[in-house]
Design a protein around this ligand. Structure first.
Ligand SMILES: Cc1cc2nc3c(=O)[nH]c(=O)nc-3n(C[C@H](O)[C@H](O)[C@H](O)COP(=O)(O)OP(=O)(O)OC[C@H]3O[C@@H](n4cnc5c(N)ncnc54)[C@H](O)[C@@H]3O)c2cc1C
Length: 476
């Protein structure tokens, strides 16, 4: 412990990353795991600073210095207890949080000394906890007698379900998919997050008494109104799924496909499902020249999936430059190692081809002043255009909310001008009494760690609402 109260002289080390030449041929996670000695040594690099910026910049306010100290001292069961006290899925955050932008990016020793490898230690702690049986299903001392309905089994819905069950409520989670996890299951590829990690949590939540109703599309099979009548409170955690379009000539040619359709197909195939669109080649990059348009995490997942499917060539077209990319720089580096070519400051101007896309007319862009998001805006460079050949184009330009008032046949449900749900940010309640919302459907496309935070906070607000209502009805 005394070693930690000073700047470290131990160098930074991440767990070994599988060699690009080997990992390009499979969908297994690319990072290996620390062994106990490496984990203790790397955790001991923490300076235990008085104002822990890592914790401040973690959306879950994870007590990072404490679990680093406990790991350095080999007290892993206590480390897990502390890490899981604020995070429902530390094994998932350890793998896919953009730590370079959150905790690690704000580590005091980051500047010049290289940050503590917080995410890798978090993954090590949680995997050790699972191996040793320290991760237990929820046990409820007394049932509250109240029931809750949650629409959406993504990280926001699952985190809320966990907290509400701990309060003793009868929790029912409804999802239109056949498996839980939302984008953890069908969006994020296996090489970032292996699916057994998500399924393991699903089993634990089920063992803890949470009821799952899968293949259940709320709005089509069951109405929101029916759920409101059945439960004391309802949470909407349906995420955002409407792909943004590219409004350029000939964007409806064949083989121009939305990112999520492509990734879902690939993930389903990896899970052993029969997927016609993959088997008949329409959503399979094998042997093709693939161009992915976009610069976020989704675009990086698409280019790297295409590499693994055996594409002939994979190019990422992005209208800004590397420094202004919204995705994690770690993922860009991984993609480059895997052979992806990046065309910075390049935007599609038109597609061309005979029925199927064969070329993209591309416009050279240049950076100008910063826009409201803090990134530099771009304008076209007059007269600088070129063509890029492609026989598969994947659009990864972001997602908007579906029209929820229509989907739920609830025209009175209030939305923002972005189509996301308009909630009271203190109570997490929508304008419909007893109907709450959390995750991407409130904030727009964001991060898993924010969805978890939101789900946990919404669950506490729902518990307060249920108990206060019950007291009121008793008093009346
Ligand atoms: C390709 C991709 C890669 C990403 N990579 C990362 C990453 O590396 N790190 C990171 O932190 N974040 C990443 N994200 C973002 C992250 O996945 C999301 O922010 C997060 O999953 C949002 O959680 P959520 O619970 O709000 O919604 P979701 O995960 O979208 O879950 C919503 C659930 O609601 C269900 N649903 C929707 N409508 C209905 C209905 N009518 N009836 C029943 N069920 C319904 C859906 O089936 C789904 O299961 C990525 C996103 C994408 C698309």
């Amino acid at each position: 412990m005394s070693d930690m109260l000073k700047f470290t002289d131990t160098s930074q080390q991440y767990p070994e990353v599988r060699d690009a030449g080997k990992r390009n041929h499979d969908f297994d996670e690319i990072y290996t795991q620390f062994d106990p000695k490496q984990a203790a040594v790397q955790a001991s690099r923490c300076s235990q600073c008085g104002v822990p910026f890592c914790q401040i910049h973690c959306p879950l306010s994870n007590n990072i210095p404490d679990w680093l100290r406990l790991t350095a001292e080999g007290r892993l069961e206590e480390a897990y207890a502390i890490s899981s006290a604020t995070n429902t899925f530390p094994e998932i955050c350890g793998r896919i949080c953009p730590q370079d932008r959150l905790c690690e990016g704000n580590c005091v020793i980051e500047k010049g000394f290289q940050s503590v490898t917080i995410g890798s230690v978090e993954k090590y702690i949680t995997e050790t906890a699972f191996e040793n049986g320290w991760v237990k299903p929820i046990t409820v001392n007394s049932e509250s007698g109240f029931s809750v309905g949650i629409i959406g089994a993504g990280p926001a819905g699952l985190a809320a379900a966990d907290i509400l069950r701990r309060h003793g409520h009868d929790v029912h989670v409804y999802d239109r998919y056949d498996r839980v996890g939302g984008l953890l299951m069908y969006g994020i590829p296996n090489f970032k997050l292996e699916k057994h990690v998500v399924l393991r949590r699903h089993h634990l939540l089920k063992e803890g008494g949470i009821h799952f109703h899968l293949n259940c599309d709320i709005g089509n099979q069951v109405t929101l109104d029916e759920l409101r009548k059945k439960h004391n409170a309802v949470l909407i955690a349906t995420g955002v799924y409407k792909s943004r379009e590219i409004e350029v000539p000939d964007y409806s040619l064949e083989n121009i496909i939305p990112a999520l359709e492509y990734l879902t197909t690939s993930n389903r195939k990896g899970l052993g499902d029969k997927v016609a669109a993959f088997d008949n080649g329409s959503l399979n990059a094998e042997g093709k020249e693939v161009v992915v348009i976009g610069g976020g995490d989704t675009a990086m997942d698409c280019v790297r999936t295409a590499v693994r499917q055996g594409a002939k060539k994979v190019t990422c077209l992005y209208r800004r430059d590397r420094a202004n990319m919204p995705g994690s720089s770690r993922e860009v580096k991984n993609a480059e190692e895997e052979g992806v070519q990046f065309m910075w400051l390049s935007a599609p101007k038109a597609f061309a081809g005979n029925k199927k896309v064969s070329q993209i007319l591309t416009q050279r862009m240049r950076l100008v002043t910063h826009d409201t998001s803090g990134r530099q805006a771009v304008v076209a460079v007059e007269g600088e255009q070129f063509t890029v050949s492609a026989d598969m184009v994947i659009k990864a330009l972001g997602f908007d909310a579906e029209d929820l008032p229509v989907m739920f046949n609830a025209p009175e449900l209030k939305t923002t001008r972005y189509g996301t749900l308009d909630i009271n940010h203190q109570t997490f309640m929508t304008n419909l009494p007893g109907v709450f919302a959390a995750g991407d459907i409130v904030h727009g496309a964001s991060l898993v760690v924010w969805a978890i935070r939101d789900g946990r906070d919404a669950a506490d607000a729902m518990h307060h609402y249920i108990i206060t209502n019950a007291k009121r009805s008793k008093a009346a």
